[in-house]
Design a protein around this ligand. Structure first.
Ligand SMILES: Nc1ncnc2c1ncn2[C@@H]1O[C@H](COP(=O)(O)OP(=O)(O)O)[C@@H](O)[C@H]1O
Ligand SMILES: O=C(O)C1=C[C@@H](OP(=O)(O)O)[C@@H](O)[C@H](O)C1
Ligand SMILES: [Mg+2]
Length: 212
């Protein structure tokens, strides 16, 4: 047994010092991954959680579990409005269970109530990616109702144009580049580390004097 402690398990068993510090600074907040379909929220999120030794939750899976149906079935039988309603409820419930890594569905962060809950209970990370990368990735699966009909490239472009400014409200932006999942996990960890370090330094520095 090494001398290291904590929940995060680095390769080889222990917890690396930066990851322990990150967990300490995260406290009970959730790491919330937002962004377009194909950004890697689910697959990168799962690996990120493993690296930190945190539970991983995928809002889409929880919605499916609660409804007893797949997402395409929910869209087909109940419609998108009801899906979004359930999504908001599930997001707020999951956010209350931190610390976890939470992968959202691509539309979840568009809801203002959900964004307010994320701001209160989480640190949000926009996994951004260019359209070419997204398109290659979403072509691997056909269970996204919003991309099911018509030209997926055009649909993705329209979704990104409508949502990009809102995703940019996230606390952090990390490019979900065309590299391995683990490389993107490294980038997310680095961005979180810098974010918490800056916050810690901000709290430690004295208030600026208003004296002339
Ligand atoms: N960095 C990456 N490298 C290689 N493949 C990736 C990467 N990120 C995501 N993918 C793949 O792209 C597809 C969509 O990823 P997923 O995690 O489901 O995205 P999201 O949940 O954001 O829609 C999956 O097949 C996933 O393995
Ligand atoms: O962008 C969206 O509105 C959606 C994205 C999907 O999740 P992923 O982003 O994980 O594909 C899923 O929530 C649903 O099909 C709607
Ligand atoms: Mg997903």
């Amino acid at each position: 047994m090494g001398a290291q402690s904590g929940r995060g398990k680095a390769e080889g068993g222990g917890t690396s010092a930066p990851e322990s510090l990150l967990l300490e600074r995260l406290g009970t907040r959730c790491i919330v991954l937002v962004g377009m379909p194909g950004a890697g929220k689910s697959s990168v999120g799962r690996r990120l959680a493993k690296r930190l030794g945190l539970p991983f939750m995928d809002a889409d899976e929880e919605i499916e579990r609660a409804a007893g149906m797949s997402i395409p079935e929910i869209f087909a039988s109940r419609g998108e409005v009801e899906f979004r309603d359930g999504e908001k409820r599930v997001m707020i419930r999951l956010l209350q269970g931190g610390p976890i890594v939470l992968a959202t569905g691509g539309g979840a962060f568009m809801n203002a109530d959900t964004r307010a809950a994320v701001a209160r209970l989480g640190v949000s990370v926009w996994l951004s990616a260019d359209l070419g990368v997204l398109l290659r990735r979403v072509r691997k699966r056909t269970d996204r109702p919003l991309l099911a009909e018509g030209d997926p490239a055009e649909k993705l472009a329209r979704l990104l144009a409508a949502r990009g400014d809102t995703y940019a409200l996230a606390d952090l932006t990390v490019e979900s580049r065309d590299a391995t999942h683990e490389a993107v996990v490294d980038d997310v960890l680095a961005a979180l580390g810098t974010h918490f370090q800056r916050k810690a330094e901000g709290q430690a520095s004295p208030a600026p004097s208003s004296a002339p």
